[in-house]
Design a protein around this ligand. Structure first.
Ligand code: GDP
Length: 304
């Protein structure tokens, strides 16, 4: 909670404080306040469509009650924003939702630099701490550093890593990993993949091949296709989300680097635009600075 509030400080300062300024000295929400609010949301990476949706909802409430007190505005905004975010089943890694799958297979996708490796290391750490047996498959065999970085994280957090030489077939690594997870009785498999977005057909083929070989061992794997996005890149993150959802069936999002960015509003826009739940957020570089996304805690932190 403290990490979350600290992590979201810049986002909060940049736009939710602006809202307070916009209503200062005004008793009712008038057109001017709504115009200011619209501008604040758009410039805070909430996205144009999502912003218009929020403004329209507030206008409807103003129309219904004839007027809206500015002191009520924050509460209503909180409600509207929370309504645009997907609810997670749990905000505690001890109650992590495996949906009766053992092992539960997470395939992680995303372009280089967004914090994919770090997120995998943190996730392995958090799940292990919560009592799960975790194994990581180093199937990003394209980058020289990727395999060794994953191995380093494995050593650091005490989680087994299955790897082959750089340049080997990613699908073969994924196959080895799920095979060994089954024989080892592991609870969770996390598969790293290469994020080569500039070659979309290549990316699509590679991810499909990885899925197919894993399904030879576990019929409905992967249970989670997790796209990692860097929140500090704002609209770029939205563009990457567009591209990856076209390449594979992404069903969960991790937004990293929320600390130190004022672009936290992108969480709201992405959730609303893609209807894919934000499941994890990164609020720092340390192993324990990954959280299961809690929409209420998120919104509360923004308005605190
Ligand atoms: P990859 O290329 O996508 O695997 O990216 P890395 O996992 O190597 O991360 C790139 C950089 O971002 C590293 O310096 C990480 O420490 C940093 N990073 C990752 N997640 C977070 C986060 O949530 N907060 C902060 N502040 N830094 C992060």
């Amino acid at each position: 909670q403290q990490d979350l509030e600290k992590g979201l400080e810049k986002t909060k300062d940049s736009f939710f404080s602006k809202i307070t300024k916009a209503v200062a000295g005004k008793s009712t929400v008038d057109d001017e306040v709504l115009d200011d609010l619209e501008e604040i949301l758009v410039t805070s990476d909430v996205g144009v469509n999502t912003t218009l949706k929020i403004i329209k909802r507030i206008e409807e409430r103003v129309a219904k009650d004839k007027y809206l007190n500015t002191t009520e505005l924050n509460g209503i905004l909180k409600e509207e924003i929370q309504g645009l975010l997907a609810e997670n089943n749990s905000n505690d890694f001890h109650n992590f939702e495996y949906g009766n799958h053992k092992p539960y297979v997470i395939m992680v996708v995303g372009v280089n630099g967004v914090g994919k490796t770090t997120t995998i290391g943190k996730l392995a750490h958090k799940l292990k701490q919560a009592g799960s047996k975790v194994v990581i498959g180093a199937a990003d065999t394209f980058r020289a550093a990727a395999v060794s970085q994953i191995q380093l994280w494995g050593e650091r957090v005490g989680v087994r890593v299955v790897a082959q030489a750089m340049g080997s077939d990613p699908a073969s690594v994924a196959y080895d990993t799920v095979k060994s997870a089954v024989s080892n009785g592991d609870d969770v498999v996390i598969i790293d993949t290469a994020g080569r977005l500039h070659n979309k057909v290549g990316l699509m083929n590679e991810l499909t091949k990885i899925k197919n070989v894993m399904q030879k061992v576990i019929p409905n794997a992967p249970h989670e296709i997790l796209l990692v996005l860097d929140a500090s890149t704002g609209q770029n993150a939205i563009e990457q989300c567009k591209q990856f959802t076209q390449a594979t069936d992404v069903n969960a999002l991790a937004l990293t680097k929320l600390d130190g960015t004022a672009k936290g509003g992108v969480v709201i826009g992405i959730s609303d635009q893609f209807k894919i739940p934000v499941k994890y957020i990164g609020v720092g570089e340390a192993a324990d600075q990954l959280q299961l996304f809690d929409r209420k805690a998120f919104v509360d932190s923004l308005f605190k």
